[in-house]
Design a binder for this molecule. Structure first.
Ligand code: EPU
Length: 425
C-alpha cells in the first residue's frame, strides 16, 4: 500500500488520539540491551515500521521480543550478539542507538557506518567522540565502526552540538560506566527525559535538570523495569495542522502541551484558533482546533528543543502555502530537508528555496497532483497539502510515512477525510 489518494476540501471534524512517540520508543528499546538476563516492559509503543526494524535488530542480537497491543516486552539473555546487521542499519539510522549500550555492557560493538540519508549527511562523530572520551577504542574498517572497551569510565563530556542521538547513546553508555558521567550541552528534547525515566527504573541515578547538563551515576547491575512511552508530539502537531489547514474542528487527545509550545506559539502568531485543555477527571490533555480564516504569514527557524522542531518544518511550510502573504522558514538542522517543496509547487504552491530558507508566497488555492514523498515528514506535508487542495492528490512512497505515522489513513478517515490507500501497480 504505497500510494495514498487524498480528495481535498473537507474540513476535518472529530477527535484523534496521539500515538506513543517513535523517537522516544526507539532509544528506550535500544536501552534494553543494558539488562542482562532481565526484562523491560514498555507501554504505549506505536505500531510503526521503524519500531518493527528496531525489533528485528534486537532479535538479531538475541533479545526475545513480544508484543501485545501497544505493550512490548524485551527479555534479554546473558549474552547478546554485538554486531548490527548492515541491512537493518541501512534501513534505519536510529539503529546506531545500540552502540552505547553494547560497548558499555558487553565490551564491543560492530556497526556499519550509517552514512547519509534523504534529509542530510547525518554523521555520528559526536557519539563516537564521547565513547572514546569514556575509554572506548574506536576504529573504522571497511565501512564498519568497531568499538571496544574493558569498562567505560565516567567523564565530563561536552557535546559540540546538542545532538539527540549522541545524548541518548552516551546516557546509555554512562549507565554502566565506572563513576559519574557529566554530559554538557545535551539535547533537551522530551524524548531524552523519557529515556532518563527508563534508566532510573533500571536503578541508575540520572539528573537531567532540563538545563542541557545531564549527570549519570554508573551502576554495576540493573533491575527489570517498566515504563510508558510519552505521546508523539510530532504526530499530534501534524493532526493539529491538518485541522488548521482544512478549517476543521478537531480535538487532538493525549498531548503534553509543554512539548508542543513552539508550534502553538507560531500558530497563535499566525492567527489560528485553538484551545488547550488541561487533564482533569480522568481525561487527558488535549488541543482543540477551531475554524479560522487564512493564516497570517510568519517567520520560523528550526532549532533544537525547545525551539521549533525540524520534524515539523515540512508540515508547517505546507500550512503556510495558503497564508495571506510571504513567510520565511529557515532549516538549521538538516541541509536536505526541503525535498518536498518542488512537489508542493506542482500543486500550485509558490515556494522558493534560497540556501537554507524557504520563501513561501501564500497562494489562494492548491490543486491536487501526483506527488512523491522523499522522507517521512515530507510525506506528511504532502498529505496535509492534499487535504487542503482542490481535487485529488496522489501521494507516492507512503512507505516513508508509515515509518512514523501509525494508521494515518484510518485516523484521517475517522476525522472525515476522503483518503484511501492503493498499491502502485
Ligand atoms: N550531528 C552531527 N554529529 C553527530 C550527530 C549529529 O554533526 O554525531 C548533527 C546532524 O547531522 C544534524 C544535527 O546534528 O545536523 C542534529 O542531529 P541529531 O543527532 O540531533 O538527530 P538524530 O538523533 O539523528 C533525532 C530524530 C530525528 C530528528 C532529530 C532532530 C530519532 C530517532 N530521530 O535524530 O527524527 O529530526 O533528532 O530533532 O530520534 C524524524 O522523526 O523524522 C526524524 C528525522
Amino acid at each position: 500500500m504505497n500510494k495514498m489518494l487524498v480528495r481535498g476540501g473537507t474540513p476535518l471534524k472529530g477527535r484523534v488520539r496521539t500515538q506513543g512517540a517513535k523517537n522516544a520508543a526507539l532509544p528506550i528499546m535500544a536501552s534494553c540491551l543494558l539488562l542482562k538476563g532481565q526484562k523491560m516492559v514498555l507501554d504505549n509503543v506505536p505500531d510503526l515500521q521503524d519500531i518493527d526494524t528496531m525489533t528485528e535488530l534486537l532479535r538479531s542480537m538475541g533479545v526475545v521480543v513480544a508484543r501485545e497491543g501497544d505493550s512490548m516486552e524485551f527479555d534479554v539473555p546473558e549474552d547478546v550478539s554485538c554486531e548490527a546487521p548492515e541491512p537493518l542499519v541501512r534501513k534505519m539510522r536510529a539503529s546506531s542507538l545500540v552502540l552505547g549500550p553494547l560497548v558499555a555492557r558487553y565490551g564491543r560493538a560492530i556497526l556499519p557506518m550509517p552514512g547519509g540519508c534523504s534529509i542530510g549527511s547525518r554523521p555520528i562523530d559526536l557519539h563516537l567522540k564521547g565513547l572514546i572520551q569514556m575509554g572506548a577504542k574506536v576504529e573504522m574498517r571497511g565501512g564498519f565502526v568497531h568499538a571496544s572497551a574493558d569498562r567505560l569510565r565516567g567523564r565530563r563530556i561536552y557535546l559540540d552540538f546538542p545532538s539527540v542521538g549522541a545524548t541518548e547513546n552516551l546516557m546509555m553508555a554512562a549507565a554502566f560506566a565506572m563513576g559519574e558521567t557529566i554530559i554538557e550541552n545535551t539535547a533537551r528534547e522530551p524524548e531524552i527525559d523519557n529515556l532518563a525515566a527508563v534508566l532510573r527504573g533500571m536503578g541508575v541515578k540520572v539528573d537531567t535538570e532540563g538545563t542541557g547538563c545531564i549527570r549519570v551515576g554508573g551502576v554495576d547491575g540493573f533491575r527489570s523495569c517498566k515504563e510508558r512511552v510519552i505521546p508523539d508530539r510530532i504526530e499530534a502537531c501534524t493532526y493539529i495542522l491538518a485541522g488548521v489547514m482544512t478549517g476543521g474542528e478537531i480535538t487532538v487527545e493525549d498531548v503534553v502541551p509543554e512539548h508542543i509550545d513552539a508550534l502553538l506559539a507560531k500558530l497563535e502568531e499566525a492567527g489560528a484558533s485553538f484551545s488547550v485543555s488541561a487533564a482533569k477527571n480522568g481525561a487527558e490533555n488535549s488541543v482543540a482546533v477551531h475554524p479560522a480564516g487564512k493564516l497570517r504569514p510568519i517567520s520560523i527557524k528550526t532549532m533544537p528543543f525547545p525551539g521549533f522542531p525540524t520534524d515539523l518544518q515540512p508540515q508547517m511550510v505546507a500550512a503556510l502555502t495558503k497564508a495571506g502573504g510571504v513567510s520565511f522558514v529557515e532549516e538549521n538542522l538538516f541541509q536536505a530537508r526541503f525535498s518536498y517543496a518542488a512537489e508542493l509547487n506542482r500543486m500550485g504552491a509558490d515556494i522558493d528555496i534560497k540556501g537554507n530558507t524557504a520563501v513561501i508566497k501564500g497562494v489562494d488555492r492548491l490543486d491536487g497532483a501526483t506527488v512523491s514523498a522523499a522522507d517521512l515528514r515530507a510525506g506528511a506535508a504532502l498529505i496535509l497539502a492534499g487535504l487542503a487542495a482542490e481535487g485529488v492528490t496522489r501521494v507516492e512512497n507512503m512507505e516513508y510515512v508509515f515509518r512514523g505515522y501509525d494508521a494515518i489513513d484510518a485516523k484521517l478517515r475517522a476525522l472525515g477525510a476522503d483518503v484511501v490507500l492503493e498499491a502502485v501497480e
